[in-house]
Design a protein around this ligand. Structure first.
Ligand SMILES: *[C@@H]1O[C@H](CO)[C@@H](O)[C@H](O)[C@H]1NC(C)=O
Ligand SMILES: *[C@@H]1O[C@H](CO)[C@@H](O)[C@H](O)[C@H]1NC(C)=O
Ligand SMILES: *[C@@H]1O[C@H](CO)[C@@H](O)[C@H](O)[C@H]1NC(C)=O
Ligand SMILES: *[C@@H]1O[C@H](CO)[C@@H](O)[C@H](O)[C@H]1NC(C)=O
Length: 522
């Protein structure tokens, strides 16, 4: 009895107290909401009070259900001006166009304007924030790219900030906290280079990096409380206890990380749950028809229906050349008149992607390599043909290809029958792709610390202690010259040169003495 009571006492004392978290998530882009909502739910499930503050920017996201266990959602209605600034880009041009950094600058500028307007709206009416202030939040999670988060955090006097990113890394964010992020070591977020770059690739990557630094800046925002003062985004980021990134170290390129950077990529994937999902009878019948099955999907940002007709026709011809393989193609329109009526091709406007990836009957996945799809695919261990179209898809496909379970094609190869057919045939017939893909999946499953635990433990630690100056490296404040040892190289180099010069002068003098004709001495 005593032992039981003592154990209960231990459990009570040992249990972490609950914290108040604010998750700030303006509604403007699907992948960002998904990531932040997953963080909110994970913290709610761990027993914390989580408030999800969601200013609406694009109406279409207003009624999408992103949250499961987080119940406290605070919406803010947009002003007319903000609503008109919502960025609803048409990406279909990227099917037949290169996607370079230069094309992204206008898009980023549009996002910046949007966040600036959101800031103005909040400044005009601080009532929602005033109400939230009473809840005394211990910590706040937000997307680093949304600069509006910083004046809010300051106004609510939140001591622990967790800037987060629904992508794998951000060189600018790394630099702010003093993390090494040389463009010669890491390909940029939208680069098609791998981590082993040639001289010309390193040069392009460096120029792209400088270009971004010159043209992309967070908008200047003054404090809500004290309009005389600018909010120092760089300083607030550097003083954050932890940053949550949607990259996974076992999947992504290895790189130098500070303790502050917590890689929680994979947190959105629950492999157990995916494997329990049931497929409808329709899909069961399709998968049972042939021994091999392939899923084709280009995600929800860019649509199959918008691809050039020549790509569609090539895909159909390739499918026709594999009569013993069934293909399921996520295609967003009823009109498929470009296609023949093939018994092994099934069009579907929506596909149960996770359930299909988890099904042992699915042999391979042809995908655009969006980060969500790449992560799910990696956890499920399926061989893949990766056909990135734009943005970070180019980088994601290179990172996954490193694991030897997939083949990357250029989107332009979609008009090349032989290339596309040969890639699919290789993936379907050579066992090594399956073995390698399954090994990666196993490793992700067996990670020493799961993304779930990494998030919960770091969020609790940060909420408890607030700023952690012990994690703030001095290298952050070093100049370029001292950080890259340029002063030391110059100093030591000068001494070496000096010694060499001295040696040369002395040697010349000695030689002259020895070679002097003897008679003269007499
Ligand atoms: C969490 O919310 C509950 C119910 O609103 C409240 O009783 C509790 O005090 C809150 N916890 C903290 C740490 O504020
Ligand atoms: C994953 O899903 C399973 C089954 O639904 C559930 O029991 C488990 O708690 C989930 N794991 C996480 C980390 O949410
Ligand atoms: C396609 O072929 C199947 C049988 O092979 C047939 O049932 C179906 O009606 C055909 N569809 C069209 C649009 O021709
Ligand atoms: C992929 O294959 C190459 C060449 O065989 C090998 O050097 C590399 O280590 C492999 N990568 C992984 C992650 O297994």
């Amino acid at each position: 009895m005593k032992i039981i009571l003592f154990s209960i006492f231990l459990i009570l004392v040992g249990s972490v107290s609950s914290f108040n978290f604010l998750v700030f998530c303006p509604l403007y882009a699907h992948s960002h909401h998904k990531f932040l909502a997953k963080i909110a739910d994970t913290l709610s499930d761990a027993g914390h009070n989580v408030t999800f503050l969601a200013p609406i920017i694009l109406r279409k996201y207003e009624n999408v259900k992103y949250l499961e266990s987080t119940k406290d959602i605070v919406y803010i209605q947009p002003s007319k001006k903000l609503e008109s600034l919502g960025v609803t880009s048409d990406y279909s041009k990227f099917w037949s166009q290169d996607a370079t950094a230069i094309q992204f600058v206008p898009a980023i500028k549009a996002f910046t304007r949007m966040f600036q307007q959101l800031y103005e709206d909040l400044k005009n009416d601080l009532s929602v924030l005033d109400e939230l202030k009473n809840r005394k939040f211990d910590a706040m999670v937000f997307e680093f790219l949304c600069a509006t988060s910083y004046p809010i955090a300051e106004y609510l006097e939140i001591k622990a900030l967790f800037p987060s990113l629904s992508m794998t890394h951000h060189p600018f964010m790394s630099r702010l906290i003093g993390e090494p992020s040389s463009p010669t070591v890491m390909p940029s977020m939208i680069s098609s280079f791998g981590d082993d770059m040639t001289f010309s690739e390193r040069l392009q990557n460096t120029i792209g990096d400088v270009f971004f630094n010159l043209f992309v800046h967070p908008p200047p925002m003054v404090s809500f409380k004290n309009p005389e003062r600018l909010v120092d985004i760089a300083d607030m980021t550097a003083r954050s206890p932890f940053l949550f990134m949607n990259g996974n170290p076992y999947l992504d390129y290895p790189r130098a990380l500070l303790t502050k950077t917590v890689m929680i990529g994979g947190i959105s994937v629950n492999a157990t749950q995916m494997k329990q999902e049931k497929l409808s009878e329709e899909y069961n019948q399709i998968l049972n028809k042939n021994k091999k099955n392939v899923l084709i999907s280009f995600g929800s940002m860019i649509f199959s229906k918008d691809m050039p007709t020549i790509y569609k026709q090539t895909i159909v011809r390739v499918i026709e050349s594999f009569p013993d393989v069934s293909f399921i193609w996520k295609y967003e329109e009823d009109d498929v008149s470009f296609s023949k009526n093939l018994s092994n091709l099934h069009f579907s406007k929506w596909v149960p992607q996770t359930a299909l990836l988890a099904d042992s009957r699915l042999s391979a996945f042809i995908t655009h390599a969006g980060l969500g799809s790449v992560t799910e695919l990696s956890y499920m261990g399926k061989p893949a043909v990766l056909i990135p179209v734009f943005a970070d898809q180019l980088r994601n496909s290179k990172t996954l290809e490193r694991h030897n379970g997939s083949i990357t094609l250029s989107k332009y190869d979609l008009s090349d029958f032989d290339k596309l057919r040969s890639a699919i045939e290789t993936i379907l017939t050579e066992d090594r792709f399956k073995i390698n893909a399954e090994r990666l999946a196993q490793q992700l499953q067996d990670q020493p610390v799961s993304p779930h635990d990494l998030l919960v433990k770091h969020a609790e630690f940060g909420a408890k202690y607030g700023e952690l100056p012990n994690l703030d490296p001095i290298s952050r404040q070093m100049s370029y010259i001292s950080f890259y040892m340029i002063d030391i190289i110059v100093f030591v180099g000068s001494i070496v040169l000096l010694v060499l010069a001295l040696f040369f002068v002395i040697a010349r003098w000695v030689l002259r003495q020895c070679l002097r004709p003897k008679q003269k001495v007499e």
